[in-house]
Design a protein around this ligand. Structure first.
Ligand code: SAH
Ligand code: SF4
Ligand code: F3S
Length: 489
């Protein structure tokens, strides 16, 4: 399927669109020189903030943005009252978009008080031409707009935003001085640019980009481009470097990790990669997100079963329990196939925690369809589930179908949420009294004297402790369940 969106004003000739890491490092250097000049002129540091919306992919992209911005010479500022603020946006559901528009007005307030302030917008929303047009028209105070394929170009964009000369890399600088670069497809996978890490002891690692599944309701394939797998040698090299730097938990990231390696010019499947990652010195835990049920192989189940470093957690998006709707959604599995897969996983890995994503109110969903979803939830007994109200996304096939009345959807949503919460609490309550190992991640945000961490099965545990425990694996006895979190000692 060809990409649906093409932002013609910005897309230049293809040869101008190749991103080369050597070239981008040169632009980071040029941007640094301009920023240095500015800092000397005003006699103080220039600060930045990046706000992330959406999924793990965006979180990892933000770490790349932060790495580049620090390299250019900006200094991190906790609040959005900074000299440069970048919003890394999500467009998977309409409420994600509305949140961003709502917050832009608030940012404008800071800009009115700080004439040096610059505002940048990037991420999935920017891949939609209508969004870029709206920002140009209604939010002219935004200085920089770039797409999901242009993250690596940030050094160049900052250089142009600070007044550098355009050297013709497919970037538009408008009459108003807005710097725009949104490509409709990726120009390859870039390695070796600076990246920052939020936590010293754990990190996400991209193993693939994009998605080719075109689930009928989903905008991700249009805003993230075609599926591309990263070379396993580069992945292992990055993980070795991270582990040498103190990281012990890795989350392998992709929209559908189970199709890793499809169509690539190397020969490695996801289960093979997972085994290799477990061999890296210093690794204690390996997680991955997300697994499409249609591609989950027996080989993956057996690697999970016999590699103790692979976490006892699997996120297995269901979307709907109705076989009719699953076919409409282009998911390539039905209710029986999904339940059979879950049985095989539970047989092989009895202590696994399953989580899922469910959409309520997909066009034409009947009460019968919905009850099939409730039935799967009752049978699988997820430890947690993300439930979403269907949101119409322009350009997706489902957007042409009739919507289910809002009141009906809300009623179903509430019933599903109650079931999910009750079952999650029951499942997680079974851990009370057991001995587990928790990786302590941070001080507890609400209660002094407590720290918060995660079990291998991804459940959050609060336990007594102090800052010296952060990043440590601590044995814990679970004493209490609060539903979606546990308490321990
Ligand atoms: N690649 C992942 C999902 C990424 S999007 C996967 O396939 O598992 C995360 C979740 O958002 C999806 O699993 C789906 O449940 C939900 N979602 C996607 N598009 C949606 C839409 N139009 N309306 C409501 N929820 C949606
Ligand atoms: Fe969207 Fe489906 Fe791709 Fe997941 S697999 S990102 S739901 S199209
Ligand atoms: Fe949102 Fe983009 Fe992720 S649309 S869910 S941030 S891939």
């Amino acid at each position: 399927m060809p990409p649906l969106f093409c932002y013609n004003e910005v897309v230049m000739d293809k040869t101008a669109r190749i991103l080369d890491s050597g070239e981008q490092l040169r632009f980071i250097g040029l941007a640094r020189e301009l920023l240095d000049k500015k800092i000397k002129e005003i006699g103080r540091q220039l600060t930045f903030h990046v706000t992330t919306f959406g999924c793990q992919m965006n979180a990892r992209d933000s770490e790349k943005l932060i790495g580049i911005l620090k390299d250019v010479g900006y200094v991190w500022e906790e609040s959005e009252d900074a000299d440069l603020v970048i919003y890394n946006t999500c467009t998977v559901r309409d409420n994600a978009n509305q949140k961003v528009y709502g917050k832009l007005g608030y940012l404008h307030g800071f800009k009115k008080k700080n004439p040096l302030m610059k505002i940048g917008m990037c991420g999935c929303m920017m891949q939609e031409p209508s969004v870029v047009e709206k920002i140009q028209k209604s939010y002219p105070f935004v200085d920089m707009i770039f797409g999901t394929h242009n993250i690596y170009q940030l050094g160049e964009l900052i250089y142009l935003m600070l007044g550098g000369e355009d050297e013709g890399h497919g970037v538009t600088v408008t009459k108003r001085g807005q710097v725009i670069s949104v490509w409709d497809e990726a120009s390859g996978i870039m390695e070796d640019l600076p990246t920052e890490r939020k936590y010293p002891f754990k990190s996400g690692v991209n193993i693939m980009y994009g998605c080719d599944n075109f689930c009928s309701y989903c905008i991700v394939p249009y805003v993230r481009g075609r599926e591309r797998s990263r070379d396993p040698k580069e992945i292992i090299r990055e993980i070795e470097r991270l582990c040498a730097d103190g990281v012990s938990e890795i989350m392998l990231l992709g929209q559908n990790v189970n199709s890793y390696g499809h169509g690539a010019d190397f020969d490695m499947s996801f289960p093979e990669l997972l085994r290799e990652v477990c061999r890296v010195e210093g690794i204690e835990r390996v997680r991955f997100m997300t697994s499409h049920p249609k591609d989950l192989s027996d080989e993956l189940i057996s690697v999970m079963a016999d590699e103790p470093k692979v976490c006892r957690h699997l996120h297995l998006p269901l979307q709907s329990g109705s076989s009719r709707l699953l076919a409409e959604m282009n998911r390539h599995y039905d209710k029986d196939k999904y339940l059979d897969l879950v049985d095989r996983i539970k047989d092989a890995i009895p202590d696994i925690a399953l989580t899922t994503d469910i959409i309520v109110g997909y066009p034409t969903e009947t009460e019968e369809d919905f009850l099939e979803t409730m039935d799967v939830v009752s049978k699988v007994r997820y430890s947690a589930a993300f439930t979403f109200i269907y949101s119409q996304r322009t350009g997706t096939p489902a957007a042409k179908l009739p919507m289910v009345p809002e009141a009906v959807v809300h009623d179903r949503f509430d019933r599903l949420l109650k079931l999910v919460q009750d079952i999650g609490a029951e499942e997680n309550g079974k851990l009370v009294g057991s001995k587990q190992v928790v990786l302590v991640e941070q001080l507890n945000e609400k209660e002094p004297g407590l720290v918060t961490g995660r079990l291998s099965n991804n459940l959050t545990v609060h336990l007594p402790g102090d800052a010296s425990m952060i990043g440590q694996y601590v044995p814990v006895t679970i004493t209490e369940s609060g539903g979606f979190y546990l308490k321990g000692e």
